[in-house]
Ligand binder design. Structure first.
Ligand code: SDX
Length: 423
């Protein structure tokens, strides 16, 4: 049983600070009164700071456990599809048959884009990175879908959330086909969510993409594993932008921009580029040594995590999925996959990684699966973004419903000049 409050001595005076209980995991010290005692706390990167209360996702870094609304990620990846999970994240329960039918119908009806949105793609260079296109096109959605944008109306929030979940796969797929100079492929709503995306990515006017049930199931798993992860950098970005009252499309565009960084969602693309650069098992050691060298900027992409001090449960599932997909496609001897497994083995036996508790994260194997499916490196983070949209809109909605939410405005430790006059 944790304490209900703690005592601190500030400037010789004993002060009491309440402790906020959690259902599972660390309690938090409520420091909101500290400003009154003329103190702030200092925590760059928010390593030990709870920015909000949430009921959506729980990550236990020590156990290597991930729960969406209390359900273990292993069970969701095995027994559900992505739309079940997106419904669960938003509404708190898995949909029953009737709810799923209504939800599916709504997502299908929102999967197309306003025809004038297509023109925005044309404003980009053909070689623009798909993430740059996604940030721009998603941000411009508020110029087209302002009919349901009263952020204080729960129904409007639900429509905006479903529009984003339904349209972002189309935007992501079109950002790639635009890159190739190919015509946009429209969604076919008889396909499940993941297969529909692969159809829009790979179908051509002369040949339709042929769905493969093993690949479709693997891709749905990738989407489920990436759907949410509590207060990660991009979700915190969505919450911070949302706290100003910005419209949902602006919030999600900001989340996409934040996810793009190689330290975050861009790590899947960076991992594949790193493996391609390492090329041969004989070169692994030199890259491991670079990762350990404090004076070298290089980090082992796909390794380490702010929260996990044990195996990332998603990486374990992703590695199994890797085997399934490579098996199905007859790519078991894929040199990149073999290199990745060898790199993982060497790193996990290295004192530096053991001591710092650095394990492969979700991004270490996801790129190998996507590459095997035929998804180009430049689209890996776009896939992460379309999957994470479910988590982003759920957190945005939860924040908008919370009576605790305030505009996000951190303080600072000022280290600049004291007041002075211009001579
Ligand atoms: C995601 O937050 C989330 O939940 C994110 C995510 C999600 O689903 O939203 O899980 C998705 O972003 C996964 C992470 C993908 N990023 C990468 O794979 C990039 C490589 N990883 C590192 O950049 C790093 O591990 C981070 C960015 C992920 C975490 O950075 P932290 O929190 O600063 O790492 P840390 O404090 O745990 O590091 C402890 C030590 C440090 O050394 P010291 O200062 O103690 O000497 O380990 C070192 C770090 O320098 N370290 C690494 C390393 N990761 C951490 N050293 C070499 N290679 C690495 N990959």
């Amino acid at each position: 049983m944790t304490k209900e409050k703690i005592k601190v001595v500030l400037d010789g005076k004993e002060r009491e600070l309440p402790v906020i209980e959690s259902t599972i995991g660390n309690p938090s010290i409520d420091i909101r009164k500290l400003g009154k005692y003329n103190y702030f706390t200092y925590d760059p990167g928010f390593t030990s700071t709870s920015a909000c209360t949430s009921k959506i996702t729980y990550v236990d870094g020590n156990k290597g456990e991930l729960l969406y609304r209390g359900y273990p990620i292993e069970q969701l990846a095995e027994k559900c599809d992505y739309l079940d999970v997106s419904y669960l994240l938003m509404h708190g329960e898995l949909p029953d048959q009737a709810q799923k039918t209504v939800y599916l119908k709504s997502i299908a009806s929102h999967s197309l884009l306003h025809d004038q949105l297509n023109n925005i793609f044309g404003g980009f260079r053909r070689d623009a990175h798909p993430m740059a296109v996604m940030v721009g096109v998603v941000g411009s959605m508020s110029a087209f879908y302002f009919d349901n944008m009263d952020i204080n109306d729960p129904n409007h929030r639900q429509i905006s959330a479903q529009r984003l979940i339904a349209k972002i796969p189309t935007i992501a797929a079109w950002s790639y086909t635009y890159n190739l100079g190919l015509p946009f492929v429209y969604p076919k709503n008889e396909y499940d969510f993941g297969t529909n995306f692969l159809h829009m990515l790979f179908s051509r006017p002369y040949k339709d993409y042929e769905p493969n049930p093993i690949i479709s199931k693997a891709f749905e798993k990738i989407l489920i594993l990436h759907a949410d992860h509590e207060q990660n950098a991009s979700t915190s970005t969505v919450r911070l932008v949302g706290s100003t009252g910005a419209n949902p499309y602006a919030c999600i565009a900001a989340g996409i921009a934040s996810l793009w960084g190689p330290a975050h969602g861009g790590a899947n693309e960076a991992t594949l580029r790193m493996l391609t650069e390492i090329k041969d098992e004989s070169r692994i050691k030199q890259y491991i040594n670079r990762a350990k060298d404090k004076d070298d900027e290089f980090r082992l992409m796909g390794f380490g995590h702010r929260v996990y001090r044990n195996q990332d449960p998603r990486a374990i599932i992703m590695k199994e999925t890797c085997h399934e997909v490579l098996d199905e496609l007859g790519l078991n001897d894929d040199p990149i996959f073999k290199l990745a497994m060898k790199l993982e083995k060497i790193a996990l036996e290295d004192e530096y990684f053991i001591e710092k508790k650095l394990y492969p994260n979700v991004d270490f194997y996801s790129g190998i699966v996507m590459r095997a499916i035929g998804i180009p490196f430049s689209m890996f983070t776009a896939v992460f973004a379309l999957a994470r949209t479910a988590g982003w809109v759920a957190h945005w909605n939860e924040m908008m419903m919370s009576d605790e939410s305030k505009i996000g405005r951190p303080r600072q430790v000022y280290k600049g000049k004291t007041k002075r006059d211009i001579k």
